[in-house]
Design a protein around this ligand. Structure first.
Ligand SMILES: *[C@@H]1O[C@H](CO)[C@@H](O)[C@H](O)[C@H]1NC(C)=O
Ligand SMILES: *[C@@H]1O[C@H](CO)[C@@H](O)[C@H](O)[C@H]1NC(C)=O
Ligand SMILES: *[C@@H]1O[C@H](CO)[C@@H](O)[C@H](O)[C@H]1NC(C)=O
Ligand SMILES: *[C@@H]1O[C@H](CO)[C@@H](O)[C@H](O)[C@H]1NC(C)=O
Ligand SMILES: *[C@@H]1O[C@H](CO)[C@@H](O)[C@H](O)[C@H]1NC(C)=O
Length: 284
């Protein structure tokens, strides 16, 4: 099952490339991430506070589902299109009760970070989610779910060999929380090896579980996001890329993250030559 998807410029191109080559051979799909991929966990985790979340009201869900679903979108997310392309059901949020997860589960939660709460507190950053929803926490939920999916080491390895794992995007909230804590990009940049290291460690864990195909997503250009342009805008024209109007230092943070991620995944690739993780990238 050796597969590679070359680094592509946009996610959509990637989806189309991959529907041709891997259609219907995966029997399940497991996803980890943040609001780019959350299909409802944040609403379940928020419990009584959920009605206060904007995403539980229209226009969320209007374009496709006809009602809000807990996705931070008015329609489907990339992970939904992946599930559909593979002929699998739309991924249920892992926190849903009374649900079979044999065809996959989505552990992603809006506000999810690669690094955990302890990291943010120890480094004096504010963490803008009240919940423990980091990648490490999501992997803990995966471990807790495992007995309902497979019951012996061998059975689990066989089961996960036929699964597609999607890790990420992670990093956006890590860097976003640091920025919102008022820190400079120069300082934030020094944490990229830790962010990327955690993503790589998670990828390795999934391979150790028996996973043969892990898609690891890179960061979109943070300096082009509308919200960031408003929150972190500058009076100085030199802070913007002349051709795109995006913030230079935030795009450079994304680019550097993606380069480092690709580097550590290539090292992992050498360690597990039979199951190379696939790195997708959103290039500014
Ligand atoms: C998918 O499975 C079929 C039948 O098992 C096999 O012939 C085909 O090569 C597989 N495709 C890929 C991309 O592995
Ligand atoms: C679980 O799902 C079954 C079948 O859809 C339904 O009959 C049952 O009432 C559900 N139980 C709970 C606690 O939601
Ligand atoms: C947070 O992450 C660090 C580094 O991976 C780890 O050593 C620590 O145990 C984690 N803490 C919690 C509470 O999960
Ligand atoms: C999050 O984890 C920390 C330990 O790292 C714990 O003290 C805290 O109560 C947890 N918070 C929630 C909301 O579960
Ligand atoms: C694993 O064993 C437990 C306890 O016997 C059982 O409830 C569960 O359904 C089993 N899971 C699978 C996937 O066979």
């Amino acid at each position: 099952m050796r597969r590679r998807v070359q680094v592509l410029e946009i996610l959509f191109l990637l989806l189309c490339t991959f529907c041709h080559s891997i259609q219907s051979n995966y029997t399940s799909l497991f996803s980890f991430g943040d609001s780019y991929t959350d299909t409802g966990n944040i609403v379940i985790i928020s419990g009584e506070a959920a009605p206060n979340l904007l995403l539980t009201k229209p226009p969320y869900g209007m374009t496709f589902f006809g009602h809000p679903t807990g996705r931070i979108s008015d329609g489907r997310l990339a992970i939904d299109f992946i599930a559909q392309a593979l002929g699998l059901p739309l991924l249920p949020p892992s926190q849903a009760t009374n649900h079979s997860f044999l065809q996959g589960a989505n552990f992603a939660v809006a506000g999810g970070t690669a690094l955990n709460r302890t990291f943010f507190l120890e480094n004096g950053y504010q963490i803008f989610t009240p919940y423990n929803v980091s990648l490490g926490d999501q992997l803990g939920w995966f471990d807790a779910m495992k007995p309902s999916l497979c019951n012996s080491t061998q059975a689990c390895e066989e089961y996960f060999a036929k699964a597609l794992f999607v890790v990420g995007e992670f990093g956006w909230n890590d860097y976003g929380f640091m920025l919102l804590s008022g820190r400079r990009v120069d300082e934030i940049r020094s944490h990229t090896p830790q962010v990327v290291g955690m993503i790589c460690a998670a990828t390795e864990k999934l391979i150790e579980e028996g996973g043969k195909t892990v898609v690891v997503s890179g960061l979109t250009p943070m300096g082009c996001a509308t919200g960031n342009l408003v929150l972190f805008g500058s009076q100085n024209e030199a802070d913007y890329e002349p051709d795109t109007g995006c913030l230079k230092d935030l795009n450079s943070l994304s680019r550097d993250h993606n380069l480092q991620l690709r580097r550590v995944l290539m090292q992992l690739n050498c360690k597990y030559p039979d199951c190379p993780p696939t790195n997708t990238e959103h290039v500014p």
